[in-house]
Design a binder for this molecule. Sequence first.
Ligand code: NDP
Ligand code: ZN
Length: 355
Amino acid sequence: MKGFGMIKVDESGWFEVDEPVAGPLDAICKPIAVAPCSSDTHFLHGGSGPAENRILGHEAIAEVLEVGELVTKFKPGDKVIVPCTTPDWSEKGVQVKGGNNAHDIDTMTSFKFLAIKDGVFAEKFSVNYADANLVLLPDDVDVADALMITDMMSTGFYGVEMANVNFGDTVVVFGIGPVGLMAVAGAKLRGAGKIYATGSRPNCAELALEYGASEIISYKNGNTVEQILEKQNGEKVDCVIIAGGNSSTFNEALQLVKSNGYIGTINFYDIEDTFTVPTFLTGLGMADINIRGGFCPGGALRAEKLLKLIQNDRIHPGKTFNYEFHGFEKIEEAFKLMDEKPKDLIKPIIYTDDI
Ligand code: NDP
Ligand code: ZN
């Protein structure tokens, strides 16, 4: 079968791979709608180290084609939401019972697509622990909204959870790409008082304001920290969520957050990046700043909770898709768009239609 992926670092294309075979707990699915993620492009460019001949993609709404003999909740023909993080729920996956199930056996090993096996930009892909990882797509939920659950919404909202956003808090969200946009929307849902969000792409800025940002700060218009502190009359903020920027953004977050404050970072830093933190940014190590960096929580229970927010009109994350493609082969064009990030792009969606 055919798939689109990484041939080697910096080289993407189509190639043939063997069809996946269902183990007893697996489901074999075909994609109905998929989307590229910044992490796919980062991975292609060697951001997590070298790799080759790996099918990309980890965000999918799919149709179940076949299930393993121990799968009880799903059958061929079901339309499902496929979380990008699919933990191993066995006894050896002991950490899945903790607060975040992304680290089932080791750091981030619940992230199987792309990192451990082929991703979803293929005619077929397999999902491990189908009963505990898949969610039926309800008839009344739009496919684009549901697709955002698989990664962007879960990740952005996790940034909000790690940054401990509470009623009335002043929050900075670094980045208003799709992940930052979901962090803005999540911070609003959690009752943030004021939300500053950083970015420069106009469509992203417009949607960030719609999702609840109070002010957009362009890092291209000068020092981000100075711009925000000036608006704050020098007062630092309660929570910072990092969903964009570079390795110096981390130090900017430390310059912005109050003592006892929270920083939640969901950025995918490059394997070559190093944090160098001057001690004065942390009160010489004694400022009681809470810092957490985390990975997208996955599994069915998480996805079902996020689905409830959509079904109850709390959020419409599908607005983030501002480029729409039809046809499986359009994955390549959409992926290149994501890689190049033109100024008007927020995020593309591909409806496979014909496979
Ligand atoms: P985008 O590239 O679409 O968005 C990045 C945002 O950061 C843009 O708004 C950009 O502004 C802004 N930005 C860039 N440089 C700076 C800067 N110096 N200061 C302030 N803001 C800046 O990325 P995504 O939203 O798709 O993803 C965000 C990150 O999340 C990526 O690193 C991605 O790999 C990671 N990720 C992590 C996951 C996890 O589980 N932890 C899961 C999914 C993604 P501009 O408008 O100018 O482009
Ligand atoms: Zn991703």
